[in-house]
Design a protein around this ligand. Sequence first.
Ligand SMILES: NC(=O)C1=CN([C@@H]2O[C@H](COP(=O)(O)OP(=O)(O)OC[C@H]3O[C@@H](n4cnc5c(N)ncnc54)[C@H](OP(=O)(O)O)[C@@H]3O)[C@@H](O)[C@H]2O)C=CC1
Ligand SMILES: CC(C)=CCC[C@@H](C)[C@H]1CC=C2C3=C(CC[C@@]21C)[C@@]1(C)CC[C@H](O)C(C)(C)[C@@H]1CC3
Length: 685
Amino acid sequence: MNINSRMAMFISEDSKKHHTGTWCLFLYSSLCRTQVRSGRSGRYILSGPSPYDLSRPSCSDICADLRMPGPRFSDGDSAMARWPGSNLYFEIQILSFDSGSQLYSVLFKDGTEMNIKESDIRSLNIFRPKRGSASPSRRRSRSRTRSRSPGRTPTQGRSPARTPKTDPKSSPVVRDSRKGDILKVHLTPLKPQDFIVETRNGKDAITRHAKLYRESPVIQAEEELKVYEKQIKNQKVLRYIQRKEYFAESENKDVNKKFILNPEPTRNIVPVEKPVVEFGGAIGATLVMLSMPPLLYYLLHMCAQKDASLWNFYPHWTFRDLWESTVFGYFALWILLLELFYLLPIGPIAHGVPLATGKRLSYRINGLFALFFIGVLVAVLLYYKINLLYVYQHLHQFAASATLLSVILSAYLFVRSRKASQEELSAAGKSRNFIYTFFMGRELNPRIGKFDLKHFSAVHAALIGWVFINFIMLLAEMDIQQLESPSASMISVNAFQLFYVLHALWNQESMLSSLDIAHEGFGFMLAFGNLVWVPFAYSLQAAYLVKHPVEISWAVLGAVVAMNTFGYIIFRSANNQKNAFRRNPEDPRLSYLKSIPTSCGSPLLASGWWGFVRHPNYLGDIIMAWAWCLPCGFNDVLPYFYGFFLTGLLIHRVSRVEHRCRQKYSHDWDKYCHLVPYRILPYVY
Ligand SMILES: NC(=O)C1=CN([C@@H]2O[C@H](COP(=O)(O)OP(=O)(O)OC[C@H]3O[C@@H](n4cnc5c(N)ncnc54)[C@H](OP(=O)(O)O)[C@@H]3O)[C@@H](O)[C@H]2O)C=CC1
Ligand SMILES: CC(C)=CCC[C@@H](C)[C@H]1CC=C2C3=C(CC[C@@]21C)[C@@]1(C)CC[C@H](O)C(C)(C)[C@@H]1CC3
């Protein structure tokens, strides 16, 4: 359709109602390359302009701007909004409108809240099917250079757009509209030049430019466009793939599917996780389940032995050494107390990531309060000279009680998951293998009323349990070594780990999007991991120091503190960068960061820490883990267990997280990997 016929259409339709708008449409339509096609009913259908076009206000926006001074959308309205940095539109809900900045605060279905300008918001109707109206809408990608001849004035129009005559039946859009289904907006796959890593300033330039179209005379806008295009050319750009390669890819049908946006079902942007067998399937799960509890008792036993060298293992355990009902009673009481604190209506409510149903669960964020209450309780018990060393003296029995409870919990979780709907199950939980699903967990978010079992176990039981056992070790060291105050090694280990836990509890909200809370089922792995492994195995360094005093010099201590601080800075700033970016990719404080637009909507950070390696937070975590082992000296390998374990756990986690990301981001993830080739440590891994 050439510009004249387009113009005629606009005049015949819109101008009947709005003359001012028509002029604007006329001028604007001759400038921009947006292809507007008429359906049989004469209504316009957004038929897939190029991403470049989408970054400008549409004709209807301009009309709306001229016609309506107030906000076009009201609070609570559903609409479609362009995801910043991409050309994809996702369903949103309007939260509020700020008349000062003229920005809407919107909520995407994936839980992201951000401020968006009106021109990036479209009514849902545009994306809805018009029965019998839609002529097969195919879009054609045109190169940016061809679309704009500098010397042309708007009224001169362009040479007729050559629409390729492809078989309508072969288009996925056509197939769907023939069925009378939801109209699929077929967005233009990004061209290589679109794969520039945009700085926020670059994006600002686009925004400024779009604004200019609305406010300035058209010719001036043309001039501005030329300047802008020059700027883009001069910009430091990164190309991820070769032009040829890219076009070969985008012709692939599967790739094109990614660009078909179906606005109706809310789960559209929640990636469908294909089940993947992890941990070596049922055999691996069996081995882990059978080996982890004995490994823990072995480690605890070695810590309590005078000679902690690994091969010096002569257990002479009786059943009583591992089991005492009273200890189980105390442990159950401890868990009940933590549950009580978990349920206290103190602290803000946060929302988890959207589920397959589109719903977001709410979580009470009160881990810090719970830790504070436990601290007060411990102080009171110490004041009344209650023998807290009982815990140290019965450490094996406590670990056994925790193990039993984790098994009971896992069995309960497995049984109740049989009543759960498919949508409530994790990807791994859909497997039919009993052992594997028992281990991985079936139900994603098992809850009893408001009590979220998985969240409670990861935050309250694991983290508070960990610092509590550490503190018990500190008391035990003073008692056994007859010290007036704990050793420098013990203080540093306790302080480092307490600080880590405080950080986790302070940033509890961001935990809601962690792999475990957001995507894993709740089964034996997490039940045992959180109730048993974290409190009892993560406190191994402190347990070791109780009977193996280590003198460290101030210089060594200083070096260890520096190493922990270094790890913490990486860990914290990497997590902060990602969390802030996920909350609002437009955050001006992140304007220096570059990102990759992705076809699924969420852009990927590609600079800062996330441009250094692909899992910078794991790097920080691993550095800290080794720093926590160093105060235990070099006499034994035992206290270094945590360093080895966490490094192994996180390396394995990389493959699990990346598998998810590859499913979600598809080729965009490969591009990110191409750009940031190392996972955790540059030039090593
Ligand atoms: N001490 C311990 O025992 C353990 C500690 N941890 C710590 O817990 C924290 C959470 O861990 P975990 O959930 O595994 O991992 P991450 O916090 O790293 O989350 C991974 C997710 O981040 C998003 N993402 C990945 N790359 C990018 C990018 N370039 N730009 C933007 N988003 C990106 C993706 O999610 P999406 O696409 O959904 O945004 C991905 O699935 C980490 O700090 C880890 O160190 C974890 C396990 C054990
Ligand atoms: C097969 C095998 C090695 C199983 C045990 C794994 C567990 C020890 C870990 C699985 C996921 C974990 C998480 C944390 C601790 C380790 C386990 C239980 C965690 C509580 C540590 C603190 C973090 O901030 C976290 C809350 C994100 C994290 C959640 C996952």
